[in-house]
Design a protein around this ligand. Structure first.
Ligand code: NAD
Length: 512
């Protein structure tokens, strides 16, 4: 499948490409009766059509993965590692092409699309180190002539379900580590923007991933439920909304699977009066409005503590300088949101914010973007005077809308954040080490940034989350995911020879 990234809408009717499934190493056209359009959010141009795979196609993908597991699980570590060495090289070589495709179907700016791919590439690089990551432990002489060691063995067929907002990074969080540890995989990309994901899958095959080790099915609720229920799938990784993730976690664990679900967010950035003003305001504007606010780690809420509230006006002025345009246009800061439905939902929430008494400091509703009048644009929007109980605070807006609260002290800010149901990311802006240490100790949030607005960890560490932002114990990449995708086996071993002391019959639990 090759879908070129279009540069402008065309009046000429050309056949629309269909997005294939990948089953047993073959890209195949689905027999689905239900399809959906993949749409450029800046132009409404239909880029491709994606199928909702049939139950038979899902079964075929799982069967292919099951067959491939027989040999893949015993494939030497060095062979597995070298595939990911090659894969990272291919991704680098195709960076511009991948970014253009991602921008065309998702809307984010080209530099940000490269960032999306790069954050996934870092996981691929980490997967190439699998030799040192998947090592067990050994204790010598745990009893006389007895050693105990552990093996980290792959589980079998694993599956991943991904959201629309990072169509490169999040699939790359999942299948490289699952496959590097010796599992086989079924990927279910977002049905809204599967094209860059499919191109990354093509490159993975080119890097040497054998037939059946990586498979792709497309679809929505029915396919996701089919993955959760399938008896031959051992583990499910999910990234998406809290509503769907909670359902996936319950359904998958009920069916006896391991599950990890990374979910929704409401990330608070706290500003103390001693913060570096220029750096803080620049960081806040970038983290609130970058990717049109469609990041699970977006700084969508600011808590100004004490006198720092005087900076609200400067923050608004800085947000006004952002350039709204199609993501592929040079100099764009904020692209369109994913879909017409997303834009309508965001507009609806802005209207509720006004009705519920928040102060609209910057109104980004229904902006005109010359040349892209059909695009799903929402301009940077800022509310002050926001309080819990207002929909703009209680709901994840997932758009370029920043809500501002005030607090009298750092303690009050911490308490407010810990009372919010979500626990994905947070950041503190201060020059005080003591305040920073207090914050990191007392805040109940997975990712904490100190003067870092979007503290997504590099893959030497694992992504995590607290409370409603995460279900399951282990994170989706880094060291934790090695444990998620493997079963620990302990081997306790003794060898007899003629000189071994005869210990006689032992009817106790003790080793001698
Ligand atoms: P979504 O939950 O709508 O979709 C995620 C996946 O679930 C998609 O593959 C989709 O096809 C599938 N799905 C949708 N509805 C379903 C249903 N009823 N039953 C079963 N499966 C269903 O999420 P989205 O809108 O694609 O992504 C945005 C959300 O993802 C936001 O809430 C964001 O915070 C979250 N997110 C979280 C993280 C994280 O690491 N915590 C990262 C990225 C995005």
């Amino acid at each position: 499948m090759t879908v070129a990234a279009p540069s402008a809408p065309s009046a000429v009717s050309t056949p629309v490409a269909t997005v294939p499934l990948l089953i047993g190493g073959q890209f195949v056209e689905s027999r689905a009766t239900q399809w959906r359009d993949v749409i450029n959010p800046a132009t409404q141009q239909v880029l491709a059509r994606v199928p909702f795979a049939t139950p038979q196609e899902l079964d075929a993908a799982v069967e292919a993965a099951k067959q491939a597991f027989v040999t893949w699980r015993k494939t030497p570590i060095g062979v597995r590692a070298r595939i990911f060495l090659k894969y990272q090289q291919l991704i680098r070589e195709h960076m511009k092409e991948l970014a253009a495709l991602l921008t065309a179907e998702q809307g984010k700016t080209l530099p940000d699309a490269e960032g999306d791919i790069f954050r996934g590439l870092e996981v691929v690089e980490h997967a190439a180190n699998i030799g040192t990551l998947q090592m067990g432990e050994l204790a010598n002489n745990v009893a006389t002539g007895v050693d105990t060691y552990t093996l980290l063995q792959p589980l079998g067929v694993c599956a991943g379900i991904t959201p629309f907002n990072f169509p490169a990074m999040i699939p790359l969080w999942m299948f490289p580590m699952a496959i590097a540890t010796g599992n086989t995989f079924i990927l279910k990309p977002s049905e809204q923007d599967p094209l860059v994901t499919m191109r990354l899958v093509e490159l993975a095959l080119e890097a040497g991933i054998p037939k059946g080790v990586l498979n792709v099915v497309h679809g929505g609720e029915a396919v996701v439920n089919g993955l959760c229920d399938h008896p031959d799938i051992k583990a499910i990784s999910f990234v998406g909304s809290t509503r769907v993730g909670t359902h996936v976690y319950r359904r998958a664990t009920l069916a006896g699977k391991r599950a990890q679900c990374m979910m929704g967010a409401k990330n608070h950035a706290v500003v103390l009066p001693d913060a570096h003003k220029e750096q803080t305001l620049n960081n806040l504007v970038g983290a609130a409005f970058g990717a049109a606010g469609q990041r699970c780690m977006a700084a969508s809420t600011v808590v100004f503590v004490g006198e720092s509230k005087q900076w609200i006006g400067d923050l608004v002025e800085r947000a006004k300088t952002l350039k709204l345009n199609a993501g592929h246009e040079a100099g764009t800061d904020v692209g369109p949101v994913m879909s017409c439905a997303a834009a309508e939902r965001i507009h609806g929430l802005i209207e509720r914010g006004i009705a519920e008494g928040a102060v609209l400091e910057l109104d980004g509703r229904r902006p005109q973007v010359p040349g892209y009048e059909q695009g799903n644009f929402v301009g940077p929007t800022i509310f002050s005077g926001v309080k819990p109980g207002m929909a703009i605070y209680d709901e994840e807006i997932f758009g370029p809308v920043l809500v501002i609260l005030e607090a009298a002290s750092l303690d009050e800010a911490i308490e407010r954040i810990n009372r919010n149901p979500n626990g994905n990311g947070t950041a503190l802006f201060t020059q005080s080490g003591a305040a920073a240490r207090r914050f990191q100790e007392d805040i109940d949030i997975g990712q904490v940034g100190i003067n870092v607005p979007i503290p997504v960890p590099v893959p030497l560490f694992s992504f995590t989350g607290s409370r409603a932002s995460k279900l399951g114990d282990l994170g989706p990449y880094g060291k934790q995911v090695i444990l998620f995708y493997t079963q620990t086996k302990t081997v306790t071993q003794r060898w007899f020879d003629d000189e071994t002391l005869h210990v006689g019959v032992n009817t106790t639990i003790s080793l001698r």
